[in-house]
Design a protein around this ligand. Structure first.
Ligand code: AKG
Ligand code: MN
Length: 212
């Protein structure tokens, strides 16, 4: 049995606020109203309808299983991405995704050649612990995460520092979480299930796939 440190047993530490968040190792910047609520609702409804959603299959303990959510991968043709044991060719940009990518570039100064979308229809849909540290993303990737629809808990667990509590950020409708520097090297993150009845949620993580 794994022994939990005192700080982990105490439950997640809530992190809130605007701008640079007080999280050790890595850089996390949060903007609750990156998109105005009406604009966020427009994107949420349009993307739920227009995106070619599929249920990703992941290779886990020697067998293929369905992920507990739907997903889609869009981007420039060369932004080919391998994760969870499969190679993913991007679909060509939808106008709405292009617009959001341009808004992000203007806001952050970073450019992104692809976006992974995840669709959580209910509270029982989730994302397990992982880091976005695939080789294609380079050594210190910047990931821009836009959330639309129901707020959900986003948890961060340090990979080495067992003395640190799990951190929790509630990602709201129209919010942006920009993760850069050591964020993917030092931390794992997840979106846990919830028993509360929640509305659907769409999350977009814009990424820059490095050329091979
Ligand atoms: O839904 C989220 O907020 C997280 C998505 C995520 O971690 C990913 O796409 O890699
Ligand atoms: Mn991730």
């Amino acid at each position: 049995m794994q022994r939990l440190s005192q700080s982990r047993r105490a439950g997640p530490r809530q992190i809130s606020g605007e701008g640079h968040l007080p999280i050790e190792d890595g850089r996390f910047e949060y903007r609750s109203e990156f998109l105005a609520p009406a604009e966020a609702s427009h994107y949420c409804q349009t993307l739920i309808k227009k995106v070619s959603w599929h249920t990703p299959r992941v290779h886990l303990y020697g067998r293929w299983v369905n992920s507990p959510r739907q997903a889609a991968w869009y981007g420039d043709p060369e932004a080919v991405y391998g994760y969870s044991g499969s190679v993913n060719q991007p679909l060509p940009w939808l106008a709405e995704l292009k617009e959001l990518g341009e808004e992000l570039a203007a806001f952050s100064g970073y450019s992104f050649n692809s976006v992974l979308l995840n669709y959580y229809r209910t509270g029982s849909q989730s994302m397990g612990w992982h880091s976005d540290d695939e080789r294609e993303l380079g050594p210190a990737p910047t990931i821009a995460s836009i959330s639309l629809g129901s707020p959900r808990r986003f948890l961060l667990r340090h990979r080495r520092r067992k003395d640190l509590p799990v951190h929790e950020i509630v990602l709201g409708h129209g919010s942006l979480l920009l993760m850069s520097g050591e964020s993917q090297i030092a931390w794992r993150h997840s979106v846990p299930k919830t028993a509360r009845p929640v509305a659907p949620r769409v999350n977009l993580t814009f990424r820059q796939i490095q050329g091979s």
